[in-house]
Design a protein around this ligand. Sequence first.
Ligand code: ADP
Length: 482
Amino acid sequence: IELDLIDPTLLKDRCYVDGAWVGTAKTDVTNPATGAVIGRVPHFGADETTAAVDAAAAAFKGWAARTAKERSKLIRQWYERIIAHREDLALILTSEQGKPLAESRGEIDYAASYIEFYAEEAKRIAGETLPSHRADARILVLRQPMGIVGAITPWNFPAAMITRKAGPAIAAGCPIVVKPAGETPLTALALAELADRAGIPKGVFNVVTGDAKEIGGVLTSHPAIRLVNFTGSTEIGKLLMRQAAGTVKKVALELGGNAPFIVFDDADLDAAVEGAMVSKFRNMGQTCVCANRIYAQAGIHDAFVEKLTAAVAKLSVGNGTAEGVTQGPLINDKAIAKVEEHLADATSKGAKVMLGGHRHRLGGTFFEPTVLTGASAAMKLAREETFGPVAPVFRFETEEEVIAAANDTEFGLAAYFYARDIGRIFRVGEGLEYGMVGINSGLISTELAPFGGVKESGNGREGSHHGIDEFVEKKYLLLAGL
Ligand code: ADP
């Protein structure tokens, strides 16, 4: 274990429950760029998870009873510590996840921004009074913390997917038990160490690692849990939703996407290429808002493909810690297998490889950034998320045709399009059945906006003042006899 950290005590090998470090180090965490073991974490099952939820439940009353300002101050302290340890957190993140260090630094800033925002928002969770139906009565609506939150998060954003949930939960007064992805538990545990140093009271923020099924089983059935908050695959999201039905828990799901990225004839082509690069190749194509299908209108198709291919050719593949690298390894063998499956299927159905198309000569899970043309609706990559560095370009003729094609999916998370005509911008912006639409931008994520999907991409929103809604219940008080 040789991570060169400024503060080595951020590297944890135990779980964080009830303000204490518990469990014994069992499961290896490996670096996808090298295969080296970089840490070890406990393998919790149902019993240990139940204990964590019990601890969170014991902390609930005290935490909820604090003034908003007290909660705000402690959450702000957590933010300050995340920023102060940005460099170490980024190195831990890259080492377990693979993304280039510059992207990891960006993720830490992005993750911290949710903690900062919700530290502020804690003071603005206001109720209301409504016009009453009786002269002798008043109607009050309180927004109260809903209870204990069980959160399950994925490996593609090991820090931000946690803070997006923990920030608003804790701000609203809800203790939270987080299960990070098995691939990336070390970032989560480092965040717990910093929460501890910030003085977040015991039991309010907990991190458990181990058996996904058993932990998920407890988080969806324990009577104290009121909200199951999940980011990950649609398949597991549906499973958790079914499990949560047993005790009628609220569920907030952020699931898979199949983002269309549309370039119209009137687009600024250079801007569109820049946006496509960010949207498609960030995190090696492993984000749920990554452009999955790139549609280019006939008038600019060839010019766009040429510019895109030239830009993709400049990407540099390697270990994320190396200077200048823009593409790290994919997370694991399963990820590589899916990319290869989609490529083989596409080329067998007529797609043409303009660039890349193979595993990278570095071996492991490195893959060549790839551009395809001649993509069509019959291909797997049109229906499923490829979650890898493959940019398939579809040619289209009309606005109506491309809106229909873009919406022809069970997913509805993010969509993007590039155009200048104001009428078209409104028609397409309103016509796309997606929770988020980037217009002349390939990057939409910010703590200041509500992030989330429609259709099978999930429900609920994370970020902005709307993000608090998942964590509060509205209680109606009728105050009569006045
Ligand atoms: P991916 O295939 O990208 O890893 P998953 O949906 O499988 O996406 O993983 C997202 C999160 O869900 C991870 O934390 C993972 O450990 C967790 N997970 C996987 N299977 C289950 C399950 N049966 N119950 C609860 N959580 C699960």
